[in-house]
Design a protein around this ligand. Sequence first.
Ligand code: BMA
Length: 365
Amino acid sequence: MLKPILCGAFALVLAVSCGSKVQTGRERLLNCLQASVDAGKILYGHQDDLCYGHAWTVEDPANDPLDRSDVKDVCGKYPSMLGLELGEIELGGERSLDAVPFLLIRRAAVKQVERGGVVTFSWHPRNPLMGGTAWDNTDGVVTSILEGGENHAKFMGWMQILGDFFDTLRDADGKRIPFIFRPWHEHTGDWFWWGQSHCTTEEYVALWKMTYDYLAGERGFDNIVWCYSPSMNVDASGYMERYPGDEMIDILGLDAYTYKEEERGIEVACADFRDQLTATLEYMVPLGKKHGKILALSETGLEGICAPTWWTEALYPAIKDYPVAYALTWRNACDKPEHFYGPWKGFEYEDDFKAFAEKDNIVLL
Ligand code: BMA
């Protein structure tokens, strides 16, 4: 049986069943991303794009048609990659840490895949030891949730809730949809409880293994593509220091932001970002080849996009010549007007985003 899968602007016909070997959702999604990379394309992604925007929210999560998008408002197309965040699902409530109903998140994920796009999930779980948020960055939390730790059972309960949610992500035929999962990101920094100085390399890798073994093994999720995503504050050896291993990772990601600093001015900040991102991709390309992994810019952006040409003169030149499967800009918070990373209608530099979106190798839906 052959089934067309739309990946961004072009359709790929992938064998769902080649001879006797049936491809898993993970393999199909990876093949799709690889084909896109081979065609020189970069998917454009936006976090929470269908769930809310800079100046709007969804009134009725159960019935909303999911046709609103800040990106679409500006350039007429949905992003080909949709990022969604599952923080606080582990508490068993109805809304995420960003107050988005999980019902809406589920519907958005399924809709995105129905439209031929790709979905990536992040998860910022709370601190299971101290009770604070993911940013409650105390030491010893990872130790406490690994096997033998005092919070192991509690944390496995959290993963069960996460797994139960993943199990509801199904297409119209009742089949689990393929998606990217990107837990334990930016661990090369210290801001999360799983960060660099809060656990050892062995503990970090054990955390990944526990997550992978539970979801891919025990729960049998063969529709998950696994993304590793350090922050852009490391060299090649720092990048790989806590790499969980080829068997657990499919995508070598990178979280890379432009940071404003009063003193040096935004132009210098943009130039630094471009140079640092290029230098990082220079070492990621051989790592991707050596390990046989796809590369991605798993998070990027400039908060409030206060540079007139950030899209076309900072982001685009840094990535355009590299085999990056996708670049995902962070969310447009509806309750914090200055906290946006994607375009929105009426935003003063929206034309620069349009110019970026019109580049030949940038893919929207
Ligand atoms: C951060 C900010 C927060 C948000 C978190 C998880 O970067 O956007 O406001 O709660 O991501 O989505």
